[in-house]
Design a protein around this ligand. Structure first.
Ligand code: TXA
Ligand code: MG
Length: 351
């Protein structure tokens, strides 16, 4: 299949995208979080194509994207007052809500679940694509399953060119990590995936919110409530290890730097290709030849924005061994660490 690539400011970009989506095809598009791989959410065969293009297990449900808050009532049952408060506070934006689904949402889209994940993105290109196509758009992140989510159209091309009908290039995304997911289908609200909208922002609007236990203790063997959270995601091909301070993981101590330098020396002596992930503040403290910068330690939003390109760059550099600092600067830093720990298969050295 030849993949059409169009900049979102080309005149016919959205008409072509609409044609493809209406005919059951797939279009990748930018959102404020990461690029999504879109198909008609009410068409089971479009969902099947999405799973096939990504190589994604079919028990991992898709998020349905809407461009009008009222569409929620067409797709979901039992929309609570608390959920409506969240919709008013954070939509359009980087928040996905889980509801009980209505029958029109096919099981193929929800991975067999009785619930549906819904998000109204704020990116103008995403909003335009959804409203002009007149469809609800099922869209997972537009990466091959297991690879880091795409923050540029080039990442989508790397993973999916030849496997999907079209890629809309709207430039690099703004946030860089996927939306926060909050489950409002049960008695109490539960965060299933941390993101830009943090626990304290949710709690400002609706009071106490729980976090899925599987996120708090990833080593506990507890099954995550969001099926996709159980997979080792985002992993670069090399072995990634996080090194952090035992006493205060949110600050990079001399011990951390010394340990990364000691490990780098050992690996380089053994002729291994080593990469260190760090920030502006610390970059000159490492002996490693390959340094990848994630922005400033003091800005979790910069680190979030650069994280997935950095993980892809590790592969481009052929890194065999990767060491990273941790980035628990604030709550958003915590969401970044959720992704980084997965990429590291939860490997952490505490010094
Ligand atoms: O920011 C985002 O959310 C991006 C953009 C494209 O919108 N999309 C995205 O989709 O990250 P995906 O498919 O890569 O991640 C969706 C996550 C998966 O972990 C999936 O298991 C979970 O949402 N999910 C979807 N429907 C669910 C449901 N009904 N119940 C629990 N978890 C669900
Ligand atoms: Mg994904």
């Amino acid at each position: 299949m030849e993949t059409i690539i169009k900049n979102t400011n080309e005149d016919d970009a959205f008409t072509k995208a609409k044609e493809i989506l209406t005919a059951g095809g797939l279009v990748a598009f930018p959102t404020e979080t990461v690029y999504g791989l879109g198909g008609n959410a009410l068409d089971p065969s479009a969902s099947a194509k999405i799973y096939a293009a990504k190589g994604r297990p079919s028990d991992n449900p898709l998020i349905v994207h809407i461009s009008d808050k009222n569409d929620v009532y067409k797709l979901a049952e039992d929309v609570s007052e608390a959920a409506e408060k969240l919709m008013d506070a954070f939509w359009p934006g980087p928040m996905t809500i889980i509801f009980k689904k209505k029958d029109i949402v096919p099981k193929e889209t929800t991975g067999g679940l009785e619930t549906v994940a819904i998000r109204m993105p704020s990116h103008p290109d995403a909003a335009r694509l959804i409203s002009e196509s007149g469809l609800y758009i099922a869209a997972p992140s537009a990466n091959s399953s297991g690879r880091p989510s795409p923050s540029t159209a080039a990442h989508v091309i790397e993973d999916l060119s030849g496997k999907i009908d079209m890629i809309l290039d709207g430039g690099p995304v703004d946030i860089g990590i996927e939306s926060s997911i909050i489950d409002m289908s049960g008695d109490t609200p539960v965060i299933l995936r941390p993101g830009f909208i943090t626990k304290s922002k949710f709690e400002e609007i609706i009071g106490t919110v729980a976090i899925d236990k599987a996120i708090i203790s990833p080593d506990s063997g507890i099954k995550p409530k969001a099926p996709g959270m159980k997979y080792t995601h985002y992993a670069p091909k090399g072995t990634l290890t996080i090194v952090e301070s035992e006493n205060d993981p949110s600050s990079i101590s001399t011990n951390v730097i010394n340990e990364i330098n000691r490990l780098t020396k050992d690996a380089e002596t053994a002729n291994e290709n080593v990469v260190v992930l760090t920030t502006e503040e610390n970059k000159d403290k490492y002996i490693c030849k390959n340094i990848i910068l994630l922005g400033k330690t003091s800005s979790s939003s910069e680190v979030a924005k650069n994280l997935y390109s950095a993980l892809r760059k590790c592969d481009d550099l052929g890194a065999k061994i990767i060491y990273s600092e941790s980035f628990y600067h604030d709550e958003l830093g915590g969401a970044v660490m959720n992704r980084l720990l997965k990429a590291a298969g939860q490997r952490v050295i505490k010094v």
